[in-house]
Design a protein around this ligand. Structure first.
Ligand code: ADP
Ligand code: MG
Length: 225
């Protein structure tokens, strides 16, 4: 991988690997999950229950990675429709709200005062916004804030995802869009790679402004229809 020339080539390889393996991993994993569940109902002692919960957490983690791989694996098969970006963000409101609530983060949403019609693959864009919101919440310690706002700037729909979290050190910033770069113990380092890929598909841009200890603002621009 190191010797491959461009990021695009690396991503393509990751995508191909993803497509060919993710499904294969998913099925046996579901089997393991089911039988662990059965076993844990038979062995109720504390020690066994502790082991089972560790195994279940690890299975969930593998599942998360596999799901992200699945998204990476199907970059082109997308159905484009015209949607209002305001309503796309609004439709995932409950998901963001519940995650924010769980982490004691205050979530605020400002919709644009005009419609923002874009040609897009709705589910993919939802994925982008969720990934960005998730990162923001994970970076924000108790009492922090997550603000998502939408505006229209010339021919662009502009999405800001701003948090008052930990910000990023330079060495993280430089490698953000490389696969598997994560500063989290349970991270996959694929979230932003997927975001970038989906935004590229929409001929949009993503920019990051981050100050350590202060917070991060991610700006996504998508062409208006
Ligand atoms: P993951 O979330 O699995 O670590 P991502 O690709 O989503 O992978 O993010 C990569 C890394 O970028 C994170 O591990 C974190 O270090 C950094 N990062 C992303 N978003 C933020 C944010 N809002 N605030 C601080 N750091 C961030
Ligand atoms: Mg992430």
């Amino acid at each position: 991988i190191e010797r491959m020339e461009t990021e695009a080539q690396k991503l393509e390889l990751v995508g191909t690997l993803a497509a060919s393996t993710a499904h294969e991993i998913r099925n046996p994993l579901a089997g393991i999950k089911g039988f662990i569940q059965l076993l844990s109902e038979k062995h109720k002692d504390n020690e066994s229950q502790l082991y089972f919960s560790v195994i279940q957490n690890e299975i969930t983690r593998i599942n998360d990675i596999v799901n992200e791989f699945l998204i990476l694996g199907k970059p082109t098969a997308q159905k484009l429709e015209t949607c209002d970006l305001n309503s796309i963000v609004q439709s995932i409101h409950p998901m963001i709200e519940s995650q924010a609530h769980l982490h004691n983060v205050v979530y605020t949403f400002h919709r644009a005062d005009v419609p923002l019609p874009i040609r897009c693959s709705k589910d993919h864009l939802k994925q982008v916004i969720l990934n960005l919101a998730k990162n923001a919440i994970e970076a924000t310690s108790r009492g922090g804030q997550l603000t998502i706002s939408l505006t229209k700037q010339n021919d662009w729909a502009v999405l800001h995802v701003a948090d008052t979290g930990c910000g990023m050190p330079k060495h993280v910033k430089d490698k953000l869009f490389q696969p598997f770069v994560t500063s989290k113990q349970t991270g996959t380092g694929l979230g932003l790679v997927i975001c970038k890929r989906i935004i590229d598909m929409h001929e949009g841009t993503i920019d990051i402004h981050s100050i350590e200890e202060k917070g991060t603002t991610i700006t996504v621009r998508l062409p208006l229809k």
